[in-house]
Design a protein. Structure first.
Length: 200
């Protein structure tokens, strides 16, 4: 059996082998890939490369039959230059018998579903209604609380609430008519605040 002329060039990821066998019939060409072995035969020509200088990915390696040459593409399992087709150089993957080529894994950070989290938390805690806790749900709950208080109050209590609220500029709300009815209710701004009357 004759050995056909061949040559190669390589990158860190791949090695391309050209086998010069002019007029080769694609149906009669036989090629086999193994991790450290390559075999080619056609008619009375054959080429066996063993052991390959590095390990190849059999699934990703391929070949095409042209009019002048057969082009074989080896996909390297580990990046780097071989410098030769065959040789007993230590297999860079020998230390990783259970692993395929070392790969860089990009971990995608999962985005939090804040709407779902909020819904879950709100579902766990029963919201207090206005009459249970006037601070429970902000202004709406406070308004509900005072509306209910006003609706259930007697006439004197209602008058005390209206008079104290309006005369104090909204800073005081009293239900005690005996106290409120004695005179004008003073403005009592929160501590650290200053009351200013805006000109109309």
């Amino acid at each position: 059996m004759a050995t056909p002329r061949h040559e190669f060039y390589e990158t860190d990821e791949n090695l391309t082998l050209s086998i010069f066998d002019k007029g080769a019939e694609p149906e009669q060409v036989k090629v086999s890939f193994e991790p450290r072995k390559f075999f080619y035969s056609h008619g009375d020509k054959s080429l066996v490369l063993e052991p390959l200088k590095g390990q190849i990915d059999v699934e990703k390696s391929s070949f095409t039959v042209g009019k002048v040459k057969i082009e074989v593409r080896f996909s390297k399992m580990a990046q780097g230059r071989w410098g030769a087709l065959t040789g007993d150089a230590p297999d860079p993957l020998a230390a990783f018998p259970t692993s395929s080529a070392p790969t860089t894994t990009t971990v995608r950070k999962q985005r939090k579903n804040w709407d779902g989290i909020t819904t879950e938390i709100l579902g766990q805690d029963k919201l207090l209604t206005g009459d249970q806790d006037p601070n429970a749900g902000g202004d709406a709950a406070v308004n509900d609380f005072f509306q209910k208080l006003y609706a259930d109050a007697d006439e004197d209590t209602r008058r005390a609430m209206m008079k104290s609220y309006s005369e104090s500029g909204g800073t005081t709300l009293s239900t005690n008519w005996d106290e409120v009815g004695k005179g004008r209710v003073e403005v009592k701004p929160p501590e650290g605040s200053e009351w200013k009357k805006w000109a109309a």
